[in-house]
Design a protein around this ligand. Structure first.
Ligand code: GDP
Ligand code: MG
Length: 189
């Protein structure tokens, strides 16, 4: 790669509506957390420049609308995805149970190719007060089964877009895994 050139990665945030995808993106980009809910229509797009192991990257962060009625719009955004954060809300069990259908949709729209994934249990700040929170062990177990299925490591990270806990960590882990994934892929060619 020529000096000064940057690699561009497309990162998509997937998961049910209201799990905190937009909030995670905003917290990561330092745009601040807001308590009110404003539904993402179609998709939002943001860019972050970063440096990993002395290489410069541009991360395009696509924040897709989770609502089913936008599924036609979503198809376009899966194309060319380098990796994704699969997000559920630890205080809402249905959002955890829906993760497999998000993976199915990713595969369907990405020519059946798996991309690096990090499983995210968001709203960790609600763990103490939620009625029936998803336990960390259960999520870790599920991430392990995803690792076995995909053939590469799928980490599980608990985040809070509200307090900022682990938000940087989540994006950084995904980007590192993307770099590793493509290095391996190119090495095989
Ligand atoms: P999206 O539909 O997945 O993009 O979800 P949003 O980012 O719009 O968030 C949905 C709602 O959850 C909003 O009211 C947010 O303020 C709230 N929210 C998002 N992340 C967190 C979090 O980490 N903790 C708490 N307590 N609330 C959150
Ligand atoms: Mg949103």
């Amino acid at each position: 790669m020529a000096a000064g050139q940057r690699k561009i990665f497309k990162i998509t945030l997937l998961g049910d509506g209201a799990v905190g995808k937009t909030s995670l993106r905003k917290t990561y980009l330092g745009e601040g957390f807001k308590d009110g809910y404003s539904m993402t229509i179609g998709a939002d797009f943001a860019v972050k420049r970063l440096r990993i192991d002395d290489q410069d990257f541009v991360a395009q962060i696509w924040d897709l609308a989770g609502q089913q009625r936008f599924s036609a719009v979503r198809e376009v955004y899966y194309r060319g995805t380098s990796g994704c954060l699969l997000v559920f809300d630890i205080s809402r069990r249905s959002s955890f149970e829906n993760i497999p259908s998000w993976i199915a949709e990713l595969l369907k729209n990405n020519s059946n190719r798996v991309v690096p994934i990090v499983l995210i249990g968001n709203k960790s700040d609600l763990r103490a007060t939620a009625k029936d929170p998803i336990m960390r062990e259960q999520s870790e177990e599920y991430a392990r089964s995803l690792s076995q299925w995909s053939g590469f490591s799928v980490p599980y990270i608990e985040t809070s877009a509200k307090t900022g806990e682990n938000v940087d960590e989540a994006f950084k882990t995904l980007l590192k895994n993307i770099v590793l994934f493509y290095e391996k892929l190119y090495a095989q060619q």
